[in-house]
Design a protein around this ligand. Structure first.
Ligand code: NAD
Length: 435
């Protein structure tokens, strides 16, 4: 295996596009692919194919506003690769959704499903709209019409959407209903992340945070740290961050800082997490609840001297500008893409291990896979079954990555990409590229 640096990657691929992620997702996804390609013995033709999505569908979605006026919005579905199974990935409603961003996020989904050894490929989509500016009735009309516009390219054996930024279980319920109505039968397996009453899975909401906690525990073990008293700082006390923080706390770690968009709270002896409202219960209340402890800024949270730092809010928060001052021993990525490609290089030079998002937060897509299995088999598993299966799947993915990881040659991200790329390349080899 060869060592490869960020500087040698294609520097021309820049983007001025404002996206719903702070750094250019597609640019970083392509740079990461170039780097991983040098670590594995893969046919260059397969890599060339993986630089491009299978298709990116753009649709116009007319929306009748409650005022009666009709607005036409742009919707997208990027399908990156499906060699290992149906495309899988979220739908986001955000003003800055673009085809380019969806393509980069779809690539990450391809690697995430492959590193978890799920029989899915990668996709991502959404609508360029501010969901906060829509009434519930408008969101329902928009979702139903979007489902109709992309109906030809989705389906339980083709492409299975899920919630993402600005969408939730209710959005998936409307989407599934619109699709099912047009197909003339109830098809719960067309989306995941639905309410359990219509085929959603128990434990789906908690799953990404649970996987982050499991991976953080494995990383601590790898580096000879005990979970007891392990100091942890978590940026973003939302679905991913709060669930990860609570589990680590339950297992004996000391969560010393958590934050939301308004700032962070800090207690070096460990926070009383049950007192802190999460994003779901009371949005943006981490620093304003009664008896909130000492406050810090989000930037200061990232620089705390802790055993494990979990950025679990948004992408692009660890950059070339602050990678030098990160004092944590280990970073476990809870959000998608919190560390930019350039920051990765700085952290690698400084010897700070970064456990990548495609492994750490993959509990979400893993329980989505469990949901899809329950739907197509008309079964319903208990929360305890889901938890046990998720733990087994996460530990086995961790072991696969650990088996490849060689600290003298690569980062943890490289190792995860190597596992994913090898699986995809073997599947491409068996099926052929049909050029
Ligand atoms: P969420 O909306 O539940 O919570 C986000 C939290 O981050 C909130 O506390 C919010 O106040 C905080 N936040 C927002 N902007 C911030 C900023 N600029 N600085 C600091 N904090 C900020 O979101 P979530 O579902 O927990 O998702 C968080 C991240 O994890 C996203 O990158 C998402 O793509 C990723 N992710 C989510 C899932 C999932 O299924 N929920 C799965 C995998 C990855």
């Amino acid at each position: 295996m060869q060592r490869h640096t960020a500087q040698s990657a294609d520097a021309e691929r820049t983007s001025e596009t404002t996206t719903s992620e702070p750094s250019s997702t597609l640019e970083d996804a392509l740079l990461q692919l170039e780097r991983a390609a040098e670590l594995v013995d893969v046919d260059p033709n397969v890599i060339e194919r993986l630089r491009h999505p299978t298709r990116v569908v753009q649709v116009s979605v007319p929306l009748r506003r409650d005022s009666g006026e009709v607005e036409v919005l742009s919707g997208y579905r990027a399908q990156h690769d499906d060699v290992r199974g149906p495309y899988k990935g979220g739908l986001r409603y955000h003003p800055a959704v673009t085809a380019e961003e969806c393509t980069g996020l779809a690539m990450w989904m391809t690697w995430k499903c492959a590193v978890m050894d799920l029989p899915f490929g990668g996709a991502k989509g959404g609508i360029a709209v501010d969901p906060k500016a829509l009434s519930a009735a408008e969101t329902e009309r928009l979702t139903r019409r979007f489902a109709e516009e992309i109906r030809d390219v989705i389906g339980p054996t083709r492409d299975v959407p899920a919630p993402d930024m600005g969408t939730d279980a209710q959005t998936m319920a409307w989407f599934m209903d619109a699709y099912s109505m047009q197909e003339g039968e109830t098809i719960p397996g067309v989306v995941t992340g639905k309410p359990p009453v219509i085929g959603g899975s128990e434990g789906r909401e908690e799953a990404p945070g649970r996987s982050v906690a499991i991976v953080a525990r494995e990383a601590a073990r790898y580096y000879g740290k005990s979970i007891d008293g392990l100091t942890v700082a978590v940026q973003g006390f939302g679905s991913v961050g709060a669930n990860a923080a609570r589990l680590l706390d339950e297992w004996g770690a000391a969560v010393v800082a958590v934050s939301d968009v308004g700032g962070a709270v800090y207690d070096p002896t460990g926070l009383e997490l049950s007192a802190i409202p999460d994003h779901e219960t009371q949005p943006e209340a981490v620093t304003t609840f009664e008896d909130a402890p000492e406050q810090r800024s989000n930037a200061e949270l990232l620089e705390l001297d802790v055993d494990i730092l979990i950025p679990a809010a948004i992408g692009g928060v660890i950059t070339e500008a602050n990678a030098d001052v990160i004092a944590a021993d280990i970073i476990v990525e809870g959000a998608n893409g919190p560390t930019t490609f350039d920051a990765d290089t700085v952290l690698e030079d400084r010897g700070v291990p970064v456990i990548p998002d495609i492994l750490a937060n993959a509990g979400g897509v893993t329980v989505s896979y469990f949901e899809w299995l329950q739907d197509i088999n008309r079964q319903s598993w208990t929360e305890a079954e889901i938890e046990a299966k998720l733990t087994t799947k996460m530990q086995s993915a961790w072991e696969d990555v650990e088996a490849v990881y060689d600290p003298a040659m690569m980062t943890w991200r490289d190792a995860a990409y190597a596992v994913a790329l090898s699986r995809i390349a073997r599947a491409k080899g068996a099926r052929g590229l049909w050029p």
